[in-house]
Design a protein around this ligand. Structure first.
Ligand code: GTP
Ligand code: MG
Length: 195
């Protein structure tokens, strides 16, 4: 896809602040530090439009970006970062769940998993939950560049074998650009855009 414009819209803490038009949303979800913000930048060919950090828990609000004035990328806060104070962690789940359940414009959720880790309970709960509510999901492994090709193949096979994953998994790297084209292809399909 040719990116003509990509602009930050709002960091929303509550549903009342979400954009109210009918343009479709592509949301990005996954554990803290998995690389959600980085993959958004990589898809958009931007360095730091979505703020990234080596410190997990960087994205704590729901950040909306409008692309080509046609659809939104939605950077969701990561789950599972223990060092964030409990009051904050506890606020996350309902906020994310509220967003996912309440957004009729949701075209797909891109769920990211770190190539170096196995899935945890929250990953599995999210996968099951998207399936249960019939929300289109795109699954991607991040940080492919951090593994040897043998390790990366093994990681791919392990996670691809998880229930409900089927052939939906894509190996990606925000650093090398691996898998970004394929990811765009899936996003296009979900947006109903040709090419
Ligand atoms: P939260 O907002 O805290 O939930 O994190 P996030 O999922 O948005 O992760 P973010 O994109 O901020 O990346 C976390 C760290 O991983 C940063 O230091 C990134 O530079 C690094 N990172 C992300 N993707 C890649 C990748 O593909 N390869 C490598 N080598 N590092 C990556
Ligand atoms: Mg982030």
């Amino acid at each position: 896809m040719k990116i003509l414009t990509a602009e930050f819209v709002i960091s929303a803490a509550a549903a009342g602040q979400f954009p109210k038009d009918n343009k479709p949303h592509i949301a990005f979800a996954g554990r803290s530090n998995v690389g959600k913000s980085s993959i958004i930048n990589s898809l958009l060919h931007r360095k730091n439009l979505a703020k990234t950090s080596t410190t997990p828990g960087k994205t704590q609000l729901i950040n909306f970006f409008i692309i080509n004035n046609a659809f939104y990328f939605v950077d969701l806060p990561g789950y599972g970062y223990a060092r964030v104070p409990h009051a904050v962690t506890d606020a996350w789940a309902p906020m994310i769940e509220g967003y996912l359940k309440g957004t009729h414009q949701l075209a797909a959720v891109v769920v990211l998993f770190d190539s170096r880790r196995s899935l945890d309970e929250r990953d599995k709960r999210l996968i099951g939950w998207l399936n249960q509510y019939d929300i289109p999901a795109i699954y991607a492994l991040t940080k492919h560049d951090k593994l040897s090709s043998r390790e990366a193949d093994q990681a791919f096979r392990n996670i691809a074998a998880e229930p409900l994953m089927r052939d939906l998994l894509i190996a990606t790297s925000a650093k090398t650009g691996k898998g970004i084209k394929e990811l765009w292809k899936r996003i296009h399909t979900c947006l109903g855009v040709a090419g």
